[in-house]
Structure formats: structure tokens, C-alpha cells
Design a protein around this ligand. Sequence first.
Ligand SMILES: CC(C)(COP(=O)(O)OP(=O)(O)OC[C@H]1O[C@@H](n2cnc3c(N)ncnc32)[C@H](O)[C@@H]1OP(=O)(O)O)[C@@H](O)C(=O)NCCC(=O)NCCS
Length: 383
Amino acid sequence: MRDVAIIGVSQTKFGELWDDSFRDLITDAGLGAIKDAGIEGGDLEAMYVGNMSAGLFVQQEHIASLIADHAGLTPIPCARIEAACASGGLALRNGIMAVASGFHDIVISAGVEKMTDVVDPTPAIATASDQEWEAQQGVTFPSLYAMMARRHMHEFGTTREQMAMVSVINHKNATKNPRAQYPMEVSIDQVMNSTMVADPLRLLDCSPISDGAAAAILCPAEDAKKYTDTPIYVKASAQSSGSLALHDRKKITTIDATVNAARKAFQMADMTPKNIDMVEVHDCFSINGILAIEDIGFVEKGKGGQAIEDGMTQLDGEIPVNPSGGLKARGHPLGATGIAQAAEIVWQLRGEAGKRQINNAEVGMTHNIGGTGGTAAVHILSK
Ligand SMILES: CC(C)(COP(=O)(O)OP(=O)(O)OC[C@H]1O[C@@H](n2cnc3c(N)ncnc32)[C@H](O)[C@@H]1OP(=O)(O)O)[C@@H](O)C(=O)NCCC(=O)NCCS
């Protein structure tokens, strides 16, 4: 296997983007990454695009060919990768595997979702759960994560305030990110008094409905310096599946797919949580900001809420979490998220993260989940 490097990244602004179509978004992100890498579109040998549900959100299937055509890249081989909200993370992983295997030299891994064009996106998002046993019984994503939150509060004494802190920190970080959807500060009181969505989760505990795209260019590590002085190296790319439905799990206070993917990633990189300088975690709901740091292994199970209350995950904390603002405040266009997480780590490691820059960062991690944990993708990147 060859080592792989990321030589270019890009992300559109995330938000409710009425003026940009699905194809505009992904093309903007792709062109941005091509420019950042200093290559030509014709240098690309393959494209992997993470997308959860263009069929339901914009009534468009066969998006890989649409994108290749619109971007002027035909006859490039291009594939859509789908694993619900982990589609972007898996598009990155497929690109990495294509380069590592020697099958292709320069590839683009991207992700895109345009969610705001439908009147009610909730049923489309719910297709990432078990249709027969969950969605058709009336379950939505906020309610699934609400059950996980309630159980975590019951078993470990996690408090409402601790969950609110996850959102407070994310929104604070997002004020320093010009690409974020909700770059405004919120207080614990505001989170706890925001509109109830699914008890105990309120509006400000939830990631939003977002439009956006992101892209990354990969090449063999040995060639990376031909294109950039600051290549970022892929130290690990791990993926795990887990039970789709909550009722099939032994516990709903742990996401096994995260535990397994993180364990594999640490093995592959020959690292432990102590080697990680910052992490972008999949905090689609505030409770998942707590589950993620426990399941990856930054803190013991049950101690995540306290760690957040103690400031461990703040920008200047022991392990900064979601310097970008995370899914909560940067936004969560489902298929784009896994790539946007990698872009943030690349900017941080290159020292290009502006006001949210974490000093002396050498190694970063991304953690991307599909559904409530049917899929998890974990990547470790280093200078
Ligand atoms: C929480 C949620 C239900 C809110 O949707 P909604 O009630 O339709 O909200 P609206 O679009 O009517 O927005 C109401 C206001 O809240 C704001 N808002 C909406 N969602 C927000 C969020 N998540 N965080 C902060 N503000 C939000 C809007 O900007 C709007 O503000 P305004 O009145 O000043 O214009 C929706 O964002 C949601 O479903 N989130 C979860 C998405 C999800 O499940 N993703 C997959 C995870 S695995």
C-alpha cells in the first residue's frame, strides 16, 4: 500500500443557499480544491462524491455523472458514495483506498447535499434509520438521539447543562469560521430555553438543515511535495458498521461503530488518543458531542459531560473539539460533512485556520457517523 497525502481542500459556505443549485455547490467546492492543490481538472483520474439523498432532497439521482459533466470532467470515472451522514467520510476513504492501492494517482473526494429545497426534510433524513421498525413508527432523528440522551442522563448523571455546553462551545468556535452557517454565540440559558424538539433535545441542541459542499484532492505521499509545500498525510482511514436500529443494540449510550472505527484508526496510525491534538466530531445533536469523546477514548464512558463542563474540549482545552463549529454551528449538509471535517483539520495543520487556529497542532482526527451509528468513519491526519 502507498501512503497518501491531501494536497488541496475547499468548502463552500454552509447555510440556506437559495442562489446556489446542487450542481453549483459541488462544482464550486471541486474547483476550489483543484485551485488549492495547484493542479488542472484534467489531472484528476477519479472522483468520489459523498451524498446521502439527492433523490429525496432535489429529485436528482445519477449525480456522479451529472457532476462530472457539469464540471467538464467527463470521461472521468465518478461514483456516488452513500452511507447517510457518513457519506462524505466514506468518499474520503474511497479516494484514499484508490490512491493507496495504486489504482489512481490523483483523485478528488467530495461531498454535497442541498437540503433546504424541500418543505419538510425530516422524513428524508429519517430514511437513514430503520424504515420498518423506526421511521414508519413515527420516529425522527431528533427523537432517536433524544432517547440516547435520556438514557445517558439516567445511567451517568449527565446534565442538561452539560449537553447545552456542547452547543455553546460549537457556536463560539463558529463565530471564528467564515464558512459557518450559524456564527453566533449562544448561552446555556438560551440553549435550555430554546424551542423543544424531542425531549430533552431543543432547537439549539440540533444541527441545522443545510446546503453545502466540500472537496479534497489526494495523491501519493511521495509525490505530494511536487504540488504543495504543506501536504497533510493520511495516517489512518478506518470504517466500521453497527446496528442500524437502536433496539438492536446492547446499549444505546455507546455507539459501537465509533468505538470500533476509532480503535482501528489508532492501530493503523500506531497512536493513542494522547497523540491527537484536535478532533472534528460528529455532533449532529449535543448528546453526540458527549458520546463521541467517550467512544473515541478521550475520556472514560460516562465522564464526557463532566469533561465538557470542565473545559476540556474548548479551543484552548486539553483536546479541542470542533474548532470549525461542528455540525451544530458550521452546519450539516449531510453528504458534505465528512469532507468538511477533513478540510478543517487540513487548514488547522497548515496553520491557515485564522482566528480559530490551534497552536502547534501536529495531528488531527475526524469522526463521521451515519444515522445513529450504522456507520462510522474515522481518519487521522498529520503534518
Ligand atoms: C431542529 C430543527 C427541527 C429545526 O427546524 P425548524 O423548526 O423547521 O426551524 P426553522 O427552519 O423554522 O427555523 C426557525 C428559526 O431557528 C433557526 N434555526 C433552525 N434550526 C436551527 C438550528 N439547528 N440551530 C440554530 N438555529 C436554528 C432558523 O434560522 C430560524 O431562525 P429565524 O426565525 O431567526 O429565521 C431542524 O433544524 C432539524 O431537523 N435538525 C436536525 C437535522 C438532522 O436530523 N440531521 C441529521 C442528523 S444525524
